[in-house]
Design a protein around this ligand. Structure first.
Ligand SMILES: *Cc1c(COP(=O)(O)O)cnc(C)c1O
Length: 437
């Protein structure tokens, strides 16, 4: 009956819609105390806002300030010597994230490096991994994709002399549907894979919140001889991944959304060790990707010798003040653990779905897949009645979430700091919006 595997009905727990039930869920939540590890922005009356925008900018972990202060103090106290004598020596600062960065995305230590920002890393990865030939030069991506990704990919195509109108394939939802069917993606790759150099999709679609079947799509692409990369901007810190086992070639993500490392935070980059250990991989080089034992021979060694692993793609020495927040934020992921966070997230989001369904499908329609494994924290809600007035209702209700013109809001209850009561309060605001019309 359900040909679309992402839309089969979920078997959700038995929820009820009263406030005491939400509070009881919070009492039973083993991760509830992590909320105290974050600064919750206050609303105008001083109480915490209903913050459901962690898919845009995650909240500030309490521990961030100390991590930045530590580096400011070392700079003040030691100057240049903090590179080796600092509390966290700057020379190898990126190695602090070797374990925690790998755990975040299911990688082996050494396959992940934190560097630059997301779109920059996408470019760096395409320099290495987009190697078009006469017969195989196309890039496949999902639609709608985040504009920065579209710009980056089109500019790479043009850089190699291709016309994006011909060389860029954007796979779209079927007529009348909001999300992509896994079987459509797989079929497309099976049929056209021989002409595709690079499959570069978002792990989680930023607009619909759909989680793609990353393992299956990677496997399908590789069978056709394509390179498979992922943009994990909305997946990192949100869903469980096994990049190494899935044999993903490369992946990039930002750390300021679900990873809570602050605006413009240092971003993440995964390179499978199969490629990372191949020191002959072409790349844009800089001194920080060089073998650190030879780095300070400076002009005596004019030839670049990359260090193995993802770290060999670094170009410049990292901005320590922008890297320090990651130390505090990744520590929280290690304490809570991704499987436990995902377990709570499934409950939180199912509860949100239940409360929205309980209002009225004529007013609010969730366009995110209903199957738990095909979505993360975020639900994207199509507002059928007076969407332009909803912005004011949300503001008046102290809700912080994202509004995409003309009529979609995106809300993301985040298991590290959102409560079931937050979700309940949000549903009250929706319920009251335009109630009488
Ligand atoms: C948030 C986001 C970006 C942002 O790119 P930056 O380079 O970090 O500014 C890019 N792509 C996707 C898919 C995103 O969700």
């Amino acid at each position: 009956m359900y040909a679309d595997s992402t839309q089969a009905p979920e078997t959700s727990p038995e929820f009820t819609n009263d406030e005491s039930y939400a509070m009881a869920l919070d009492k039973l939540d083993p991760l509830a105390s992590f909320r105290d590890q974050f600064h919750l922005p206050p609303s105008s009356d001083g109480t915490p806002a209903i913050y459901l925008a962690g898919n845009s900018l995650g909240l500030q972990p309490i521990g961030v300030r100390d991590e930045i202060t530590q580096e400011l103090d070392d700079w003040a106290r030691l100057g240049v010597d903090a590179h080796f004598d600092g509390h966290n020596p700057w020379y190898g600062y990126h190695e602090i994230f070797r374990g925690s960065g790998a755990r975040l995305v299911g990688a082996q230590p050494g396959e992940v490096v934190m560097m630059n920002s997301l779109t920059v890393n996408l470019h760096l990865m395409m320099v290495t991994f987009y190697q078009p030939t006469k017969s195989r030069y196309k890039i496949l991506m999902d639609y709608p994709a985040f504009p920065s990704d579209v710009y980056a990919i089109k500019s790479q195509l043009r850089h190699h002399g291709y016309d994006p109108a011909e060389a860029l394939i954007e796979i779209r939802p079927r007529e009348g549907e909001h999300t992509l069917r896994t079987e459509d993606i797989v079929e497309h790759i099976d049929r056209h894979g021989h002409s595709i150099a690079l499959v570069l999709l978002a792990g989680v679609n930023y607009f619909t919140g759909q989680v793609y079947d990353m393992g299956l799509i990677t496997q399908t692409g590789k069978k056709q001889g394509c390179i498979v990369g992922w943009d994990l901007a909305h997946a990192a810190g949100n869903v469980e991944m096994k990049l190494h086992d899935w044999d993903v070639d490369f992946a990039c993500w930002c750390n300021y959304k679900y990873v809570n490392s602050g605006p413009g935070a240092l971003a993440g980059c995964f390179v499978h060790q199969r490629h990372g250990n191949n020191l002959r991989q072409p790349r844009l080089a800089g001194w920080w990707g060089n073998d650190p034992n030879q780095r300070f021979q400076m002009h005596l060694l004019p030839e670049f010798t990359p260090q193995p692993g993802a770290a060999g793609w670094q170009i410049s020495n990292p901005p320590i003040l922008a890297a320090a927040p990651l130390k505090a934020s990744l520590a929280l992921f290690d304490q809570a653990t991704i499987p436990a966070l995902r377990k709570k997230s499934l409950m939180l989001t199912a509860y949100l779905q239940f409360l929205i369904d309980d209002i009225s499908p004529e007013r609010f329609e969730v366009i995110t897949p209903r199957v738990p494994k095909a979505r993360g924290c975020q639900l994207s809600i199509l507002v059928h009645r007076r969407p332009e007035a909803l912005l004011k209702s949300l503001q008046d209700g102290c809700v912080v979430c994202d509004f995409r013109r003309p009529d979609v809001i995106r809300v993301a209850p985040v298991p590290l700091y959102n409560s079931f009561h937050d979700v309940w309060r949000f549903a009250q605001v929706l319920q009251k919006h335009d109630e009488k019309s």
